[in-house]
Write a protein that binds this ligand. Structure first.
Ligand SMILES: Cc1cc2nc3c(=O)[nH]c(=O)nc-3n(C[C@H](O)[C@H](O)[C@H](O)COP(=O)(O)O)c2cc1C
Length: 195
């Protein structure tokens, strides 16, 4: 069962979320396809891409941005399991991950508009989202809002990927524990499907 790992941390391999994601992927086995959005940043959207998505008749000329969108969607279509490891930036997803969303959540391609709302066209799959944050955002310890979880849940469900599991690595700035202890804490709350 091939896994797609999408990572968005500027800390790259040093990011705790990336370490945990790779640990989980290694345990699951199978091929691993990595889309590292920090190592290989996606280019900004072009006017041709915006027009192709919003005009009734897509532009006939070659559209490099649309081709990149196709490649990123094919990465989702050629894998059966999805892991996203992302930091929280300013209460939401980092710009690099948002740009990936703008390439893969595409009208008439990965979702269909219907009178009942947007319907996802990708196959359902087990999906895990690892969210790292400098501070705390969950009930009890919460000192800030978390727009990342509801936003990404809406994006994934519009793609056709429902009920993703979220796991949180919180308080990473001024760490209260060793990286190993924090990973163990996150693993302890993961469902059996993942660990
Ligand atoms: C631009 C930027 C914005 C950030 N915004 C938040 C935030 O809103 N809330 C928070 O708890 N941490 C915030 N942080 C801290 C990161 O979430 C924290 O450093 C986390 O460890 C990053 O995870 P990573 O190691 O996977 O990159 C921010 C960091 C950066 C660089």
């Amino acid at each position: 069962m091939p896994t797609l790992l999408v990572t968005a941390s500027p800390h790259r391999d040093e990011a705790l979320g990336n370490r945990l994601a790779r640990q989980i992927a290694a345990r699951k086995g199978g091929d691993l396809l990595v889309r590292d959005l920090a190592a290989e940043p996606l280019p900004p959207l072009t006017v041709d891409y915006a027009r192709a998505l919003t005009l009734r008749d897509p532009l006939p000329r070659s559209n490099a941005t649309l081709e990149l969108s196709e490649r990123l969607i094919e990465e989702l279509e050629s894998t059966d399991r999805l892991i996203i490891a992302t930091p929280m930036h300013n209460f939401g997803m980092p710009a690099a991950l948002k740009l990936w969303v703008d390439y893969v959540l595409r009208i008439h391609r990965t979702f269909a508009p219907t009178p009942q709302g947007k319907v996802g066209l990708l196959a359902a799959r087990p999906t895990l989202v690892i969210v790292s944050s400098g501070g705390f955002h969950r009930a009890g310890e919460s000192k800030q809002p978390n727009f990342l979880t509801p936003h990404l849940e809406a994006v994934l469900s519009t793609l056709g990927i429902r009920a993703p599991e979220f796991v949180y690595l919180e308080g990473l700035v001024g760490r209260r524990a060793t990286p190993e202890a924090m990973i163990a804490e996150a693993v302890a709350v993961l469902g059996d499907a993942w660990y």
